[in-house]
Design a protein around this ligand. Structure first.
Ligand code: VGL
Ligand code: ZN
Length: 208
């Protein structure tokens, strides 16, 4: 077996592969749909797969529409720090919040929803954007005996980035699979994200 064959302590963490981040969605990530077949093939090779789902109430504070006079992609200072304002996306129960219709969901052992509190955004699968409020994922993974995470999904420079950094902070090994990720790349954020992950000890690969 090659060293990159996933074992029982490895887990594929699929971040936010939802309609609103894909073609035609409210916050579409360029070329996002291309990750779906790649992720589906990867999922077959893992014994453990977890999905995250961005899941906002309509009055969520990360939406520019909830701040009169503000535009999407503006930055705003909120109680917990700087927050980028987004178009309304992934509203709980809407078609935009559903997973991409071609994403293979059957293998997922857990669907972790995040960003469900109006007052705080949550890019990371581990912590909300105050960097202190845990989602519970670290405890779940530890109890399940998971040691290494392979991160894929959307967007490389936001939710994938923060999830990978927090995975390292929580003591997991972390591998980013670039072929199965796409980024928003606002003001060079993609290159910065990859650099920050490298510096945090995330292994960056194209594929398994
Ligand atoms: C995301 C911006 C806002 C992401 C989620 O999944 O990367 N980005 N909400
Ligand atoms: Zn969001």
């Amino acid at each position: 077996m090659s060293p990159s064959t996933p074992d029982s302590h490895d887990l594929l963490l699929v971040i936010d592969v939802q309609n609103d981040f894909c073609a035609g969605g409210a916050l579409a990530v360029p070329d996002a749909d291309a990750v779906v077949p790649v992720i589906n093939r990867l999922a077959e090779r893992f014994s453990h797969v977890v999905l995250t789902q961005d899941w906002h109430p309509a009055d969520h504070q990360s939406f520019a529409a909830n701040h009169p006079g503000r535009q999407p992609f503006d930055s705003l200072s909120l109680a917990y720090g700087e927050q980028t304002l987004w178009p309304v996306h992934c509203v709980q129960g809407t078609a935009g919040a559903a997973f991409h219709p071609q994403l293979a969901l059957t293998k997922a052992e857990l669907v972790l929803r995040k960003g469900y509190r109006s007052a705080i955004d949550s890019y990371s699968a581990f912590y909300e954007n105050d960097r202190r409020t845990p989602t519970g994922l670290a405890g779940y993974l530890r109890e399940r005996g998971i040691r290494r995470l392979f991160l894929v999904g959307l967007a490389t420079d936001y939710c994938v980035l923060y999830s990978a950094l927090d995975a390292r902070r929580e003591g997991f090994e972390a591998v980013l699979l670039l072929d199965a990720c796409r980024g928003l790349d606002l003001d060079g954020s993609l290159a910065k994200a990859v650099q920050a992950m490298r510096e945090a000890g995330v292994e960056i690969r194209d594929n398994l």
